[in-house]
Design a protein around this ligand. Sequence first.
Ligand SMILES: Nc1ncnc2c1ncn2[C@@H]1O[C@H](COP(=O)(O)OP(=O)(O)OP(=O)(O)O)[C@@H](O)[C@H]1O
Ligand SMILES: [Mg+2]
Length: 195
Amino acid sequence: MTKSAEITIILGKRGSGKSTLAREILKRGGHKRVIVIDTLGEHGAGRTVVRSVPELFEAVKRKAFNVAVQFEDADVGFSWACRVAYAARDLLLVCEEVDFYIKSNYAPEPFSLLVRYGRHKGVAMTCISRRPPDLWRNLTANADSIFSFQTIEPRDIRYLAEFMGAQNAEGLKGLGKLEYIKYCNGEVSRGRTHF
Ligand SMILES: Nc1ncnc2c1ncn2[C@@H]1O[C@H](COP(=O)(O)OP(=O)(O)OP(=O)(O)O)[C@@H](O)[C@H]1O
Ligand SMILES: [Mg+2]
């Protein structure tokens, strides 16, 4: 089974380091089965790029796979990637720009199922967004770790203060590029990702 099947959320403003950390997680995690919902088409190198449901089905048939989902209709790709991840079990699902697909009070059923029961299927999830307050609350409530890179948006800082405390959240403003504050099990730490 995929190690601990945890939910990780990565936040921060444009160009702050979110996708770089996602790449580091993908590299260091040593996962043999990976699906990346590649909303902006930036994770295709070294992966099987799929653009249709048959291609997606074919790609996950093997025991080990490393897939970038780049459908023309991103919503369709998102829903199918979530369904396939749930059925295939024991994998890491990375979702770039997750706020493109979910709202604070809504998530499509295949994603909702994964957040609620994916742990029992060995599905680890890493979800990336620029807009913390727009995330589906069930996702944040079930997250094991939240990494936030720099944000200067007051609404984001107020929101993240609920998790990491006001003082730490204020610290998000002064972070440099690739620096993050991590909130995990009530503990707050600082770190930096690398290219
Ligand atoms: N391999 C690399 N070498 C040098 N600079 C890089 C490399 N990859 C990314 N960068 C730069 O590092 C910064 C962080 O990039 P990254 O793609 O991680 O940001 P992001 O938070 O995902 O942004 P966005 O919200 O636009 O997706 C950006 O300024 C980017 O131009
Ligand atoms: Mg990015």
